[in-house]
Ligand binder design. Structure first.
Ligand SMILES: O=C(CO)COP(=O)(O)O
Length: 125
């Protein structure tokens, strides 16, 4: 059976939280194909050297749009995106486009840790 592909993204103030989340669930994540925006992916691999993460461009430079394209092409099965709702983002339109496509294509999407904790359990083999 093909591996599930999971997208991982975190805004700057949520990156430590994402790294901790990845460390907690490294065993589950290790069985998935992981794709992340540039800086998020770097932080995850720094914290969890055993995890293989395909890194796209950084979010503000097109990484969110790359993930959106993967969704549109049927190449992303689920998305965990720790958004920071308390900070402005220059690429807010890209963030909106990504989350919109996740809804359009009805892929499971967690935008905060509480939901991600539930979603990740559903992805465990
Ligand atoms: O900006 C982001 C999501 O909108 C995340 O991008 P980075 O992981 O490159 O910081």
């Amino acid at each position: 059976m093909p591996r599930i592909t999971l997208g991982l993204v975190a805004h700057d103030d949520k990156k430590a939280d994402m790294a901790a989340f990845a460390a907690t669930h490294a065993a589950i994540l290790g069985a998935l194909a992981l794709v992340a925006t540039g800086t998020t992916g770097a932080r995850i691999m720094e914290r969890c050297p055993g995890l293989q993460v395909t890194r796209l461009k950084s979010g503000p430079l097109g990484g969110d749009q790359q993930l959106g394209a993967m969704i549109a092409e049927g190449r992303l099965d689920a998305l965990i995106f720790f958004i920071d709702p308390l900070s402005p983002h220059p690429h807010d339109v890209d963030v909106k486009a990504l989350t919109r496509l996740a809804v359009v294509y009805d892929i499971p999407m967690a935008l905060n840790r509480a939901t991600a904790e539930r979603l990740i359990r559903s992805l465990a083999g």
